[in-house]
Design a protein around this ligand. Structure first.
Ligand code: ZN
Length: 434
């Protein structure tokens, strides 16, 4: 495969990761990519008028995006080719209310844990702030995306002299141990004003204008290539923005064919997917129905299109760890650089079945990329992803796959650059159909 094309893809993907500190930014930047490729934005609240050969996308809550292309064929017979991923990542979210001011004069942000973050990795790292605020303008509620791309706070470790167990694991109290230091107390400044002062200084938005906010912390240090030949990427939010980027790229590159190609990236996967922009909502199913109805299909033809659909749920997978190799099953040992991983679970924590695995393997074969398999050890429960929600709500067969990563849910995750290119090539072959 052409090395230059691979490198270009990896660089663009890393840029997408670096520029997307929250689900809101991931969607904003995805929309920019789609618009540059001739996709037209549809608003849920407007009337749609779709046509054959059209390229469209629709955004939900500014944190979930669904893009699709309408094929030339009979949609009822050709069905949907669907790829799903998620826009959110584990981390720390700023709580509403006051900052914490200690008797010693420290000003701390009050935060809660979002998803299954490895908390130890958030310590001693300069952290920045991003998210959205809702402001009132001319009597209307307006959303403004915020990205304070500066190192504004930090969670200092307790020194080893006061915590001799720090290298053998003592854990953290999520309420008291992880609050980031923002500044020192200033006379005359109210507790609630420290955060608003930061927002005002960096964005120009006054406290009085802000009705509410959803703000997250993120690592100020950018992701980078690394390794002897720069063959790896170390970055925040690899889970799951690398799959969002691969899916988006595949959709924009895929040649036209009879089917309707859909890419959807949901929010809230890391906290169970039960929300309007999450995979357990009705958003996907009713949008598929809306596409069919708008193209003039009957109710029966819509159900035919569903029955002729297939789906890929794309999330990251666990590579065998160099220092903990016994955490993997003896017969299924995916490694970095070995291609996308098909994830199996008899208890349906992954939605893969023999049929869905087979069509993904066929896509890999056509794209001439390798693929690997993963199943948990019987004594490890493991994680889950959007596949079971997506397949149960739409009844579309689904394969759970993902690029193999290390340090999943760390503030800095680790992946081989080539695996994301392999995944993108497999996705493109899948979209283009058998
Ligand atoms: Zn994930």
């Amino acid at each position: 495969m052409d090395k230059h094309t691979q490198q270009q893809f990896a660089e663009n993907m890393l840029q997408y990761l670096n520029e997307s500190p929250t689900a809101f930014h991931a969607v904003e930047n995805a929309a920019k990519i789609l618009k540059a490729q001739g996709f037209q934005e549809l608003k849920e609240a407007d009337a749609w008028s779709l046509h054959t050969g059209g390229r469209y996308f629709v955004v939900k809550n500014h944190s979930c995006i669904l893009a699709f292309t309408v094929g030339e064929g009979d949609l009822a017979k050709e069905g949907f080719r669907l790829i799903g991923a998620h826009t959110d990542s584990p981390g720390l979210k700023i709580k509403p209310g006051d900052c914490i001011v200690t008797p010693d004069g420290y000003v701390k942000l009050n935060v809660e844990v979002y998803g299954g973050a490895i908390l130890s990795t958030w310590f001693d790292r300069p952290l920045a702030v991003a998210g959205r605020v809702i402001v009132k303008q001319n009597g209307r509620l307006v959303e403004r995306l915020i990205k304070i791309d500066k190192p504004v706070c930090i969670i200092p470790n307790l020194c080893i002299h006061f915590n001799r167990d720090c290298n053998t694991g003592g854990g953290y109290n999520k309420q008291t141990d992880i609050l980031p230091l923002l500044s020192m107390k200033e006379e005359g400044v109210e507790k609630e004003d420290y955060l608003y002062r930061l927002l005002q200084k960096e964005t120009g938005i006054e406290k009085d204008e802000i009705l509410d906010y959803e703000l997250f912390l993120y690592e100020y240090q950018k992701g980078s290539f690394m390794g002897q030949d720069e063959e790896f990427i170390s970055a925040s939010r690899i889970d799951n923005l690398c799959m969002v980027y691969a899916g988006l790229s595949a959709l924009t590159e895929a040649a036209g064919s009879g089917n309707c190609k859909v890419f959807v990236a949901f929010d809230h996967e890391e906290v169970g997917s039960t929300s309007a922009p999450g995979a357990r909502s009705g958003f996907l199913a009713y949008t598929l129905e809306r596409i069919c109805k708008n193209l003039g299909l009957t109710d029966d033809a819509y159900f035919q299109a569903l029955a002729n659909a297939t789906s890929i749920s794309a999330d990251t997978a666990h590579a065998v760890h160099p220092n903990y190799s016994d955490k993997h099953d003896a017969g299924n040992r995916p490694v970095l650089g070995g291609g996308p991983v098909i994830k199996y679970s008899a208890s349906q924590r992954y939605s893969t079945n023999a049929f869905s695995a087979a069509y993904f393997m066929e896509a890999c074969r056509r794209a001439q990329v390798p693929c690997q398999k993963y199943v948990n050890r019987n004594d490890i429960v493991g994680g889950s992803t959007i596949g079971p929600a997506l397949s149960s709500l739409t009844t579309i067969p689904t394969v759970d796959i993902g690029t193999p990563v290390l340090a999943m849910h760390s503030i800095r995750e680790f992946v081989a650059a080539v695996d994301n290119f392999y995944a993108k090539e497999a996705f493109r072959a899948y979209y283009e159909g058998i």
